[in-house]
Ligand binder design. Sequence first.
Ligand code: HEC
Ligand code: HEC
Length: 453
Amino acid sequence: MSRSWWRLFLSLAAGVPLAYGAPALLAQEASASPPEASASSPEASAPGHPADVQASAIFEATLAAEASSKPAGLRPVERLGKLLFFDRRLSEPQGQACAVCHGPEVGWTGPDLFINLTGSVYEGAVRGRFGNRKPPSSAYATQAPVLHLEAPGQAGFVGGNFWDGRATGEELGNPAADQAQGPFLNPVEQNNPSEAVVVAKVCRGPYGDVFRAVYGARICADVPRAYDSIARAIAAYEGSSEVNAFSSKYDAWLAGRASLTAQERWGLRLFEGKARCDTCHTSRPGRRGEPPLFTDYTFENLGVPRNLFNPWYWELPFNPEGPFYVDLGLGAFLFTREEWAPFARANLGKVKVPTLRNVDKRPYPGFVKAYAHNGYFKSLESIVHFYNTRDVLPVCLSGTPGIPGVDCWPTPEVGLNLNTREVGDLRLTLQEEQALVAFLRTLSDGYYQRAAE
Ligand code: HEC
Ligand code: HEC
């Protein structure tokens, strides 16, 4: 039995409520999975994991198509980006591709059921090293503008990639391209020692010729330029019609090619009306008529509680604060930049408004996805209930009875800069919450084939 299944079995056998971060499970987890075991466990990244198998299969198929005289679809630079995205050789030790944390089958976010059910943060190429946040969707990220102040002198920010906007886009002109440079060298992600190592793997690997064909015969001699080009190719793939597919039932409905059920239409009306979701998750077409992206790329603190299952809390070498760590979001990043530091306090606890496209995309109906930057919520029903009742239910106190999310809500991870204007007390009935969820389910890509443009 693999380590993950063993842990799931232990948790279930103990009857622990997995849906919410209960302190009891923190203790349970710690005893069920001692750190030594996870550091040395060889099967943790064994090729047998479904997400790894899936990534490898897509990589091999793309490579084979490249070798055939007529590779279909995508432009050459996008196909190169696809190979890079699914290449499990590009980590140290090998085994971890971008897709291992951003699986297409789950809407380009975390594809591991057990991880989603608990800490929601993914292990890097080195066993036992976890990141501190849930992977957001890598689709619909390329449209983010370069991080900037919404209006001069005011503290509102727009754009960038990552939950805290720190892949600003200033370097390569596109946040997604800046972002793509990060994971290869990040010790809690793909963990390569240098840019040169990544470039060498690409140049000497099975698609080195494809790389040279796109960027020129001499590209491999210039490491900085080659490394930038790798990032740009990945961003090109992330911006392609295969990733930003706009092929959901909702898109089909917009195009007049499908109809929404009465419940879905009711959900959409609530989304744009009583529940005011669209004030942040924009459901209007872009300026040039682009389909809605369901984010305005701004930052907000919704007061999501801490996810106590997060292994980051006891990963002391990378997180010296241990269990006292608090994710301060955009504010913490702004402190690192002289020109933006004056706005940092007003942005503590704020994270990026994520797109809602593909929020319900899952490989099979019972598959659990995690929601919000720390994966605290395990279902669309629970996060919608939080929006509706955050300021209505009492705070959960230890020693008093009450189920989190049913009778009470735990305190926010960051109590500052909380949005109480639009969210917290929506006065929705249970049926209205259900209609909203039904509408969110129409946003999964793969519903229909769009006509070629
Ligand atoms: C170990 C898991 C892991 C790997 C491997 C990984 N990512 Fe991520 N990715 C994350 C996490 C976690 C975040 C959010 C980090 C944060 O906000 O601080 C993220 C954020 C992103 C974002 C930002 C999306 C947005 O809207 O802000 C993009 C795009 C992305 N990753 C693409 C990639 C690419 C491309 C690769 C491969 C070069 C990659 N990721 C490898 C976990 C991973
Ligand atoms: C004030 C802006 C704002 C409003 C209004 C808003 N959201 Fe959000 N939404 C956010 C932010 C910010 C996050 C990320 C919060 C976090 O991670 O802590 C988020 C996260 C989510 C997520 C999780 C997505 C993911 O990938 O993890 C869902 C689902 C969601 N919102 C649905 C809704 C619905 C439904 C409504 C209306 C009831 C709504 N939102 C209203 C800002 C908003």
